[in-house]
Design a protein around this ligand. Structure first.
Ligand code: ADE
Ligand code: ZN
Length: 341
């Protein structure tokens, strides 16, 4: 039996839905706590890992924001980002479009410059030494008022040469995209492309708002689109990419098990679906772990995993040259695998 999981792991890919704060492994959290003389509310690494038992998105976010307290200086953000990039390289990620949540840090008094310089410095090193091209996406926290997002955009203005797009994340229910109309209009005027989390826990109408009111170019998660035939037809027709995060959806109880996940059906219906890891330190694995779990639970074939890898590059913001080169590499790896199988 040809090993589809091996093909999935070997394929070059882009990761398009990754919160850098969600890559904080317990070992690094304790190292940073020591660095700053902070006492974490967990006894040790094992006790922290044991706390990763979530009932929904909010229960995860409570812990995720608490953990982020150890991120204080540019060195912390650099170390965090570099650790992610090394793991991504091991998974054959060749391009990463990553989110950061500045409000989580500026609210604790961490200056914007520390956050951006730390992350961006590591991304440049990753491009040089690991061959991972990148885009950096500033994500606004939707549980906070729009005025807070507008103030954050002002704080980010001096760094816009290092920010390639904007997103919307955090607690979805009760915080529709329409709440952020103004700030995203300003972002678009600045030439920043927009993405938004929608349809993770929120209804299909939030996906429509993200597209129509915020002019989002990709939808992060988007899985609740399955509840609307009209929306599914639109997403397929307009080829709006969905950055799906299968292990996240199971850990946050969007689905009882991966077997119930609609990823394969969405793909079969012609939607531009991609696989991503969201907050891999908290959800049981990085992008290849997501691919392998889907191959096993959903019985994905070689064509499907190759399509998923191609979709990730096609849905990225890469320029035509590197995009074409990565697509050619994907096809070459898939061809070699077929020859060997
Ligand atoms: N922030 C980090 N991970 C998130 C997720 N899965 N949904 C919304 N906000 C997030
Ligand atoms: Zn996310």
């Amino acid at each position: 039996m040809p090993d589809i999981a091996a093909l999935a792991c070997a394929l070059p890919k882009a990761e398009l839905h990754l919160h850098i704060e969600g890559t904080l492994e317990p070992e690094l959290a304790f190292e940073l706590a020591r660095r700053h003389g902070v006492t974490l509310p967990w006894r040790d690494v094992d006790a922290l890992r044991a706390a990763y038992d979530f009932s929904d998105l909010q229960s995860f976010l409570d812990l995720y924001y608490a953990g982020a307290d150890v991120l204080r200086t540019r060195d912390d953000f650099r170390d965090l980002t570099w650790a992610y990039l090394q793991r991504a390289r091991a998974d054959n990620v060749r391009h990463a479009e990553i989110f950061f949540d500045p409000q989580t840090h500026t609210a604790r008094g961490v200056p914007m410059v520390e956050i951006i310089e730390g992350i961006h410095g590591a991304l440049l090193r990753g491009e040089r030494e690991l061959g991972i091209s990148f885009r950096l996406i500033l994500s606004f926290l939707r549980h906070l008022p729009e005025s807070d997002a507008l103030a954050t955009l002002e704080q980010a203005r001096p760094f816009l040469d290092r920010i390639h797009g904007v997103g919307l994340d955090s607690s979805e229910r009760g915080h529709p995209p329409s709440k952020f109309r103004q700030v995203f209009a300003q972002c678009r005027e600045l030439g920043l492309p927009v993405v938004a989390h929608a349809g993770e826990e929120g209804p299909p109408s939030y996906i429509e708002e993200a597209l129509d009111l915020l002019q989002a170019r990709r939808i992060d998660h988007g899985v609740r689109a399955v509840e609307s035939e009209v929306l599914l037809d639109r997403l397929a027709r307009e080829q709006i990419p969905l950055t799906v995060c299968p292990l996240s959806n199971v850990r946050l109880k969007v689905y009882a098990g991966l077997e119930q996940h609609p990823l394969r059906d969405l793909l079969a219906r012609g939607l531009k679906v991609t696989i991503n890891s969201d907050d891999p330190a908290y959800f049981g694995g990085y992008v290849n772990a997501n691919f392998v779990a889907c191959v096993r639970a959903l019985d994905l074939g070689a064509d499907e995993v190759t399509r998923l890898a191609r979709n990730s590059v096609e849905a990225s913001w890469l320029d035509a040259g590197r995009r074409g080169a990565l697509l050619d590499e994907i096809d070459a790896v898939a061809q070699d695998w077929r020859t060997a199988a």
